[in-house]
Design a binder for this molecule. Structure first.
Ligand code: C5P
Length: 387
């Protein structure tokens, strides 16, 4: 079931760590390569020797091993197909939610762009602590909630590690979930940069996070991904760095013919400077100067007009009358789907890791997605298109 796959298994320091030995056996029986990474505290509950024997691999713990020349957190993250953190303690959950990388396990998780499963286990009062719940909310991982029952600490409540079978089944399900196998998905992201002179430009606040989350999700769903972005991104799929709307148009056109789906998540500037001044513009004695702008091509509209088999998806950012404006826009642009964002809200959208969007399709159907991480929203968008 897991032949040819690498499971990166993170074990943290909770008593439930002893149960993970059996999970390692299950992965091995399913022919997975199992790479175990423990937090130093995990080794108080289970020995390195046991885990090494069961996994038939070295067990990694320390971040800075002078014998190794490869940065391990990156090479482990690159090699694995999935990361499973079980048990996940309140401590590690909180570190992950806040980007703290103070050991090998948390550093790997921070660099990991493929699916992550976490199986929390802790005392019921810790589980019910609102801070822990808030931190869990921040994670865009698949969370296998603890079960209710008698806990090792003597309490009865919610906090017991979910069954090992459940963790195993979820691992198999996520590793083999490739609904976009054989599809080429082109995604644009980031705000375009429209030069005025060698030191000045017009741009916008787009962080590129939504497009990047879509690209990562499409990749984990098995697609061939091309990300055309104005941001610096390194990934294990094709990334084309562009600057202006005209660059982006050219890059999209180059990828268009054999694409199955194009998702325009980029915030493309509507106008650019009519003339890019070759030398830095000098301050003059005038109190006012005029910058002449010309319209950029509407890439979304243009590709919607010339599409043959492609599914075309646009985004629209509105600060008022979201639904009415989006309904008009999907007709005007001629795209198959339009994902509408309310940019007047500070808790979602630009720069945030969260979003709340409404999906419109060309048949006039409307579906609202609840506020969630951009990774979760990406899954829902791709499932809506290809579901
Ligand atoms: O027209 P508006 O900017 O609201 O439309 C947003 C959608 O159109 C986004 O999908 C964006 O990527 C795309 N767009 C484009 N070319 C432009 C402006 C926006 O493709 N010049």
């Amino acid at each position: 079931m897991l032949s040819g796959k690498t499971v990166l298994l993170g074990i943290t320091g909770g008593i439930a760590a002893y149960k993970i030995c059996e999970l390692v056996r299950m992965y091995k029986r399913a022919n997975a390569n199992v790479q175990i990474v423990c937090t130093p505290n995990a080794l108080n509950f289970v020995t390195k020797l046991t885990l090494q024997n069961l996994s038939k691999n070295d067990v990694a713990v320390e971040e800075f091993d002078i014998k190794k020349y490869n940065p391990e957190h990156i090479s482990f993250a690159d090699k694995a197909d999935i990361m499973v953190i079980a048990p996940a303690t309140a401590n590690t959950i909180s570190k992950l939610a806040n980007g703290i990388c103070d050991n090998l396990l948390t550093s790997i998780a921070c660099a990991f762009t493929k699916p992550v499963i976490i199986a929390p286990a802790m005392n019921c009062n810790m589980w019910n602590n609102p801070i822990i719940q808030e931190n869990l909310q921040k994670l865009h991982y698949t969370i296998l909630e603890p079960e209710t029952g008698f806990l090792a600490c003597g309490y009865t409540g919610k906090g017991r590690l979910c069954s090992i079978d459940k963790i195993f089944d979820k691992t198999v399900e996520l590793i083999n979930y490739k609904p976009l196998n054989g599809k080429k998905i082109v995604i644009t992201s980031g705000g375009t940069i429209e030069e005025i002179d060698p030191v000045r430009y017009i741009s916008n606040y787009s962080s590129g996070k939504m497009g990047l989350a879509l690209a990562d999700t499409a990749k984990s769903f098995g697609a061939e991904v091309v990300l055309i972005t104005t941001k610096d991104v390194t990934r294990n799929y094709k990334v084309v760095k562009v600057k202006s709307a005209l660059d982006m148009q050219k890059a999209v056109e180059e990828e268009f013919d054999n694409a199955d789906c194009v998702i325009m998540a980029a915030a493309v500037a509507d106008y650019r400077a009519k003339n890019i001044v070759k030398q830095k513009m000098k301050k003059t004695s005038d109190d006012e100067i005029t910058l002449e702008l010309v319209k950029n091509p509407d890439i979304l509209k243009e590709i919607s007009n010339k599409k043959t088999h492609q599914i075309i998806v646009g985004f629209c950012a509105e600060s008022e009358n979201l639904l009415e404006n989006a309904k008009t826009k999907i007709v005007d642009k001629g795209c198959d789907y339009l994902i509408a964002n309310d940019i007047s809200r500070k808790d979602i959208g630009f720069s945030s890791d969260y979003n709340e969007v409404t999906i419109l399709n060309k048949n006039g159907e409307v579906k609202k997605l609840e506020r969630a991480s951009k990774m979760t929203i990406s899954k829902q968008i791709l499932e809506e298109i290809y579901g």
